[in-house]
Design a protein around this ligand. Structure first.
Ligand code: GLA
Length: 725
């Protein structure tokens, strides 16, 4: 049993193979957090509630008899607004008296095998009921009748716990949720580095590491997507932890819209972390008996450093987040038309790409933006999802037939949530785009956003997509989202519900995406948002892969892929070899091998030499697929710490195969270059498949490989493959 409740001590203990999380039902039914960290066998933790305090300025509750209690000083399991806790609060509900004092207390709980779904929202799933146990803790704010359920699912094999919250109005009056975070976690010290992934278009998910300081530090999105700017991932790493050693706590929100992670260090040097929907531009109106479901946060504990945390996320997401037909299937190597020709193509050009691609061993042709309406640049036609027969003479059916006759699969691009002012759809339904009355609508990339909170809008887009895809065999769909949401509001919502818009929008998107994937279960979906602007676990639960970034320069890709790998597994990272000239084609391929692997260049313009190189890269893709995509990732030299080289390694689960990749970003100053491998079996002997040399795992991990004589010119790279003897 991974979840236990000691009814005498009133202590809940949530145990995974490597971690323990504990909290207590305290006097007056307050829920007090006790511990989160490495696994401990017992629950003698009751004294953990006390963090000091000062009578005058640490408010208490007269009914509590235990000394030293203050909601402001004690570690609260789910912090509430306005009732004695002045730190960041996870929950604030405006009641019909007009105040937002909120105070939930324990009323009961339930423990069971399995994991509940979250209504309308993506979440981790189980392959069998025995894979995880769930604890539902019931609480009530007795003054307002807000019933708040805290849900914890414990993945015993992964050192992972998911958390979410349900708020239900059990009173006769209305309630308005102002903030409802998915988790609140307390730590009795502040000696942590906060790690998170910041960025922008073309430079997503750079790693930022900063020491916690007193006060509040936070990352947020209010763009209507998880965004290029901050990923919904944050970790707290013991300030002595490294890539390979020490304690690290990772948090990732399964959500694709406005999020917030706030970390507050208080005057007693205690740390509180809350993560969930960004309360700015959020509100939710609850009538009697209505419920609100928060998204889920995934919490991972590692005492094997940052790398250990990443590997847990990777395994968990491969097994319990990514789903459907393609979950365990080898993905086809694709060639995408975008960087090769942008909007300038016709059926013959696409077919010529397919012909050349086939000769090199590529398996799927993806026709990107520009095939519909009157779309010859980005000024028009989003929303008009019918084929432009001036470009595709003979229509889509004929093009697909020609591509398939070559033995290739066929994929297509859509941007379902968008509308161009220059479109038939906009002329017919100008009120369907996101807008508020009496204000200019901001334009971005010449387009507006469709109001996905409306069912009529979603139905129209679904019918258009379904109408086309049900006629023709389409193997792959790239779902794009190329701007953020401004002037957020819906023409259909009453004023008291306008603040629900952002959340309703993403619920609508999820519903539409769910309908499309259900209608075409074998079609491979790849999400995209101007590159990696919606690279989050919410999207990953619908599409097993997401385009990482519009930046396909292999050197720039290193930080993007290293950053993404903090919590996202290899086989979800959309990565292509492009025509970028900064390095030779082999380095471009060595970097793209880390991800889904594909091409994004004009094959008619390639030299014979490059075409030959592609054949051997494709051979490598097949040869290394298993070790990369089913193995463990070890980051060896990070481009965030070293300006010269980046080195990473994959090891198969049985430790019989290992693949080492090294890229020179800039010629290093010193020549000596030793690499100590990681994750091997010290007792096994491994053959370097390049030169036949055999070394023990112990040697490779301790003495390392002397790679001093490898090419160290700018942009050079190599891969090395080891097999156990
Ligand atoms: C976004 C995507 C690109 C491409 C274009 C098409 O920018 O990231 O890969 O699909 O849209 O307009």
């Amino acid at each position: 049993m991974s979840i236990s409740y000691n009814s005498e001590k009133k202590i809940f203990k949530l145990d995974t193979s490597g971690s323990t999380y504990a909290f207590q039902v305290f006097d007056e039914n307050y829920l007090i957090h006790l511990y989160y960290g490495a696994k401990i066998p017992d629950d003698n933790l009751a004294s953990m509630y006390y963090h000091g305090g000062f009578a005058s300025f640490s408010p208490s509750n007269e009914k509590v008899e235990t000394e030293g209690f203050s909601p402001d000083m004690c570690p609260m399991e789910y912090s509430c607004e306005g009732a004695g806790d002045f730190r960041v609060s996870a929950l604030a509900i405006l009641n019909s008296d007009g105040n937002n004092v909120t105070d939930v207390r324990y009323t009961g709980h339930k423990i069971y095998n399995g994991k509940p779904e979250i209504k309308g929202l993506p979440s981790l799933y189980l392959n069998s009921e025995s894979e995880a146990q769930t604890l539902e803790v019931y609480t009530i704010d007795s003054t307002t009748g807000a019933k708040v359920t805290l849900i914890y699912t414990v993945f015993e094999n992964y050192s992972a716990i998911t958390r979410s919250v349900i708020v239900e109005n059990t009173s006769e009056k209305t309630l308005d949720i102002e903030r409802v975070y998915s988790c609140c976690v307390e730590f009795p010290q502040m000696n942590y580095n906060m790690m998170h992934l910041y960025g922008k278009w073309y430079k997503e998910r750079s790693l930022q590491v900063r020491h916690l300081a007193h006060g509040i530090q936070s990352i947020v999105s209010k763009r209507g997507s998880s965004s290029h700017y901050h990923n919904p991932f944050v970790a707290l790493a013991d300030d002595k932890a490294t890539e390979d050693f020490g304690e690290v706590y990772g948090f990732n929100l399964v959500y694709s819209s406005n999020f917030s992670a706030e970390i507050e260090v208080d005057s007693s040097n205690s740390t509180r972390l809350i993560m969930g929907i960004n309360p700015e531009s959020f509100g939710w109106h609850l009538e009697k008996d209505e419920k609100f479901y928060s998204p889920e946060v995934v919490m991972v504990y590692s005492n094997e450093g940052i790398g250990g945390m990443s590997r847990t996320f990777h395994d968990l997401y491969r097994n319990n987040l990514i789903r459907g037909y393609w979950k365990n299937k080898k993905r086809p190597i694709l060639i995408n038309s975008w960087e090769a020709c942008y909007f300038d193509f016709d059926d013959d050009k696409i077919v010529s790409f397919a012909e050349r691609a086939k000769e090199m061993g590529i398996e799927m042709l993806v026709m990107d933006d520009g095939w519909f309406g009157e779309r010859n640049d980005d000024t028009s036609s989003l929303g008009d999802w019918f084929v432009n027969e001036k470009k595709l003479k003979g229509g889509l059916g004929s093009l697909i037939d020609r591509v398939r006759a070559l033995g290739l699969k066929f994929g297509i691009w859509y941007e379902p949530e968008m509308i161009s002012p220059e479109s038939k759809l906009y002329k017919e339904h100008p009120d369907w785009c996101v807008h508020v009355p009496n204000r200019d609508k901001s334009i971005a990339r010449q387009q507006y956003v469709l109001d996905m909170s409306r069912k009529d809008v979603r139905d129209n887009i679904f019918d258009q997509i379904y109408g086309l895809l049900s006629k023709y065999p389409v193997d792959y769909l790239k779902w794009d989202f190329n701007r953020n949401i401004t002037e957020a509001g819906s023409a259909l919502l009453p004023p008291e519900r306008q603040k629900e818009f952002f959340h309703r929008f993403i619920l609508g998107t999820y519903e539409l995406m769910g309908r499309i994937t259900a209608a075409f279960p074998e079609m491979l979906l790849e999400n995209c948002s101007g590159g990696g602007g919606r690279f989050d676990p919410g999207m990953l639960s619908f599409s097993p892969q997401i385009w990482c970034s519009d930046n396909t320069d292999p050197i720039e890709r290193l930080t993007i892929q290293f950053g993404s790998s903090m919590c996202y597994p290899d086989l979800c990272m959309g990565a292509h070899v492009s025509a970028c000239q900064r390095t030779g084609i082999d380095t471009r391929a060595n970097v793209a091998l880390w991800g889904t692997f594909g091409y994004e260049l004009d094959p008619n313009k390639m030299s014979d030499e490059d075409k030959e190189a592609v054949k051997s890269q494709i051979h490598n893709y097949h040869k290394f697929y298993d070790v990369i995509h089913n193995g463990d990732l070890y980051r060896i030299i990070s481009p965030f710490e070293n300006h010269y080289r980046a080195v990473w390694q994959f090891v198969s689960k049985d430790k019989n195969k290992a693949l080492l990749t090294s890229v020179v970003m800039r010629r290093p100053e010193t020549q000596a270059f030793f690499v100590r491998l990681k994750g091997l079996d010290p007792l096994k002997y491994y053959k370097d498949e390049d030169n036949g040399e055999v070394y023990s795992g112990a040697l490779l991990m301790n003495a390392g490989l002397n790679l001093t004589d490898t090419d160290c010119s700018d942009g050079s790279s190599f891969i090395k493959y080891f097999t156990a003897q």
